[in-house]
Each structure stands twice: as structure tokens, then as C-alpha cells.
Design a protein. Structure first.
Length: 175
């Protein structure tokens, strides 16, 4: 199975594909090799759900082959497609930062091969290689920030004020 994973993530000495995924950028070859060995590979049929909005999050995924759609339930109950993910894209990384349930539903548009890394494996990384864990978390924060900037731009182009949305959001009290 490890050989299949290495082929799918393009390991030819250091995880060629994983090394180009933004959340794994800057990691040394040996650390990419550890991540590859710690992960699993799965196939998802077209139309099959990978994760559902609201369910507990236990892992992150990298698309190795195929396409996924990311959908969220809109205010009137209709499902809205937020993004289409392709090889090299990742999904599920937000839950490593905010420890919240899945924020969207992810479904395969085509037969898809996914590299999966569980939160438990990432926790092991924290204990064994805290410097690598720190780089991974910083990369995830950068990716989330990049996506937030894109979302801010989209809202601005639509003339939507995020303040109105935030006022309806339940946030913890500072007192």
C-alpha cells in the first residue's frame, strides 16, 4: 500500500506532488516522506460524498487525481457550489485550526483518488517533530488567509458587507 501511496502522490524522492501542495510547502524531503508514510490513499466514485457539512472532522485530504466539488447549504436550503478542487488541492485543513465540524459538503465530480491524513497522525507529528508541525500549521493558516482574501474580494464585488453577517454570528464573549 505504501508504494501505491508514493506513486499517487508522486514520490520520486520527497513527494514531488505533496511538496507542491501549499500546506506542505517548505517541508524537507524526509518530512514529506514521513507524511506520505503516515497517510492513506482512497478512491471515491463519481457522485460519492467525501464529507458532509456539520459532521465531526477527523482528517484532511489532498486530491491526487479527479475532481471534487465543495458545496454549502444556502440560506434557503439550496446547495451552493463554492469550489471545484483538482489534483494538488486540499480540503479539510480548516478543522486542524478551528476544531469545528465540517463547514461544507465535499463530493466527487469524477472518479477521484485522495490522500488522507488523519488528525491523529498530525498529532503524532506534533509530538515527534514539533518544528515540522509548526510549519504545517503556519502553511495551513496561510492557505486559509489566502482563501479568506478571495472570499472578501468576491463579497466586495457583490456589494455585500461582512459586518452584517458577523453581527448575526454567535461569538464567544470577551468578558
Amino acid at each position: 500500500m505504501a508504494t501505491l501511496i508514493m506513486q499517487a502522490v508522486g514520490q520520486g524522492g520527497g513527494g514531488d506532488v505533496l511538496g507542491r501542495v501549499p500546506i506542505f510547502a517548505g517541508l524537507a524531503e524526509q518530512h514529506l516522506d514521513w507524511i506520505i508514510a503516515a497517510g492513506t490513499l482512497g478512491e471515491v466514485a463519481s457522485g460519492e460524498r467525501v464529507v458532509s457539512e456539520g459532521e465531526p472532522a477527523k482528517s484532511l485530504f489532498v486530491v491526487c487525481q479527479g475532481e471534487l466539488e465543495v458545496c454549502k447549504c444556502g440560506s434557503h436550503g439550496a446547495e451552493i457550489r463554492l469550489a471545484v478542487l483538482r489534483a494538488g488541492d486540499c480540503v479539510g485543513e480548516m478543522s486542524l485550526i478551528d476544531i469545528q465540524p465540517r463547514s461544507a459538503t465535499v463530493r466527487a465530480l469524477t472518479p477521484t483518488v485522495l490522500f488522507c491524513l488523519s488528525h491523529a497522525q498530525i498529532a503524532r507529528l506534533y509530538h515527534s517533530h514539533s518544528d515540522v508541525y509548526l510549519m504545517l500549521v503556519l502553511n495551513i493558516a496561510r492557505e486559509i488567509s489566502r482563501r479568506l482574501r478571495v472570499a472578501d474580494q468576491a463579497l466586495a464585488m457583490m456589494g455585500v458587507s461582512i459586518n452584517e453577517m458577523w453581527q448575526n454570528e454567535t461569538r464567544p464573549s470577551l468578558t
